[in-house]
Design a protein around this ligand. Structure first.
Ligand SMILES: [Zn+2]
Length: 398
């Protein structure tokens, strides 16, 4: 079969995940992405490199936190001081229930086993220019990239885990780099009232972007306990740290609740689990939006629904899940995201955490193909759990 986007068959395989089931059939063409080589980079990555001889370079590109931080002297902030709880032992935060992560040995085993699928250098997408506010009585979500979305609800504009940088890394010259442009140009952003930070990993808590947002819009910044020190060092003010189930009112009757997630935290060396990770429920007169942040599949989805009700819209991660034995405790696979959608009882879910930064072994569009397979298996219509291209929006009916 001739590839539909006029690129080599190898490039198609790279985009959609290669062998096994034919994922390409399940990637909706409405995504409308165009694969092109990034200027000056050439087309050398338009082939599969399953066992690249430059593997070490690739590892460094993906995981600067583990491999490079000691070289650049990036040490984490001092630990959070506060009263112990079921998820804080006095020095470190923990998941409830416990979700043991594979340690450094597991990381090395993953890196040595091979099987990662390379992404094309660059896939171009069309940025959108959002309205200043959503129409009355509707919720609008624009997918920007990775875990970044613009949520517009009841006259309030909220960004989740905003990343506009070229790389998600503590340093600008190495680390995972973007393979798609942001879905909204920074200069086209409407006034931002609040920024939600799910945890301190660099692909969710980008100090450069946060400083730009703070300078331009002076938004409220809501994050987990212990993040204040990170914001201080990034010169970001109006930041509020929340414990799980902590609430903050914004305006127009819109309120934000910080809710649990199953993950971990670290920004540098020696600061593991010293900042609380979590998810958020945004509740307003027009409905509610649940932002899952970065999380493995866990019982917290059921608890959140019991305590706060089923969300109108859920933003659920579907990427960075392969290999599942390594990623499973902290990242959901697409089929697990479908399970989370059901546990939450969300009216509509929107997929996040895929397609822009190459953090794991799957192909760039493979999560979308796997998501649609999982929806078919669960007999859930694709419109109930959508994968948007960078810049596309979803809006609830009035
Ligand atoms: Zn993370």
């Amino acid at each position: 079969m001739r590839p539909s986007w006029g690129v080599s068959y190898d490039a198609q395989r790279t985009l959609h995940g290669g062998g096994g089931r034919d994922y390409r059939r399940y990637v909706p063409s409405v995504l409308g992405a165009q694969e092109i080589p990034k200027a000056g980079r050439g087309a050398k990555n338009f082939r599969l490199h399953r066992e690249s001889p430059a593997r070490v370079v690739r590892l460094m590109r993906r995981w600067p936190l583990v491999l490079l931080l000691p070289l650049f002297g990036c040490f984490g902030a001092a630990g959070y001081q506060g009263a112990p709880s079921d998820h804080f032992d006095g020095s470190k935060f923990r998941n409830v229930p416990a979700a043991p992560q594979p340690g450094f040995g597991g990381f090395l085993q993953w890196q040595l086993q091979g099987g990662a699928i390379d992404w094309p250098d660059w896939v171009d997408t069309r940025p959108s220019k959002p309205d200043p506010v959503a129409p009355p009585h509707t919720i609008r979500v624009t997918f920007v990239n990775h875990a970044t979305t613009l949520v517009q609800i009841d006259g309030v504009n909220i960004l989740t885990d905003p990343v506009w940088s070229e790389r998600v890394s503590p340093v600008s010259f190495v680390g995972p780099e973007r393979h798609k442009p942001p879905g909204i140009r920074f200069d086209d952003l409407p006034p931002i009232d609040a920024v939600l930070i799910s945890h301190d990993h660099h692909d969710h808590c980008d100090a450069v972007t946060l400083k730009r947002l703070s300078d331009r819009f002076h938004p409220r910044v809501l994050a987990g306990l212990g993040t204040a020190a990170v914001m201080e060092s990034a010169h970001v003010d109006r930041a509020t740290d929340l414990d799980w189930w902590g609430r903050t009112p914004l305006k127009n009757g819109v309120e934000v609740v910080f809710t649990p997630a199953q993950h971990w935290s670290a920004r540098g060396v020696g600061d593991r689990d010293q900042v609380l990770w979590g998810s958020f429920m945004i509740v307003g007169p027009s409905g509610s939006v649940y932002f899952a942040g970065d999380t493995g599949l866990g019982p917290h989805f059921r608890t959140i629904r019991q305590r706060l009700g089923a969300p109108t819209v859920a933003l659920l991660p579907i990427g960075a899940y392969k290999p599942e034995w390594f990623m499973g405790p902290s990242h959901m696979s697409p089929s697990q995201a479908v399970e989370a959608h059901r546990m939450l009882g969300a009216t509509t879910s929107v997929a996040i955490h895929w397609g822009t930064f190459d953090l794991a072994d799957e192909g760039q569009y493979q999560p979308v193909g796997e998501l649609n397979l999982a929806l078919d298996a669960a007999r859930i219509p694709h419109r109930d759990f959508r994968a948007l291209e960078n810049g596309e929006l979803f809006q609830t009916a009035r």
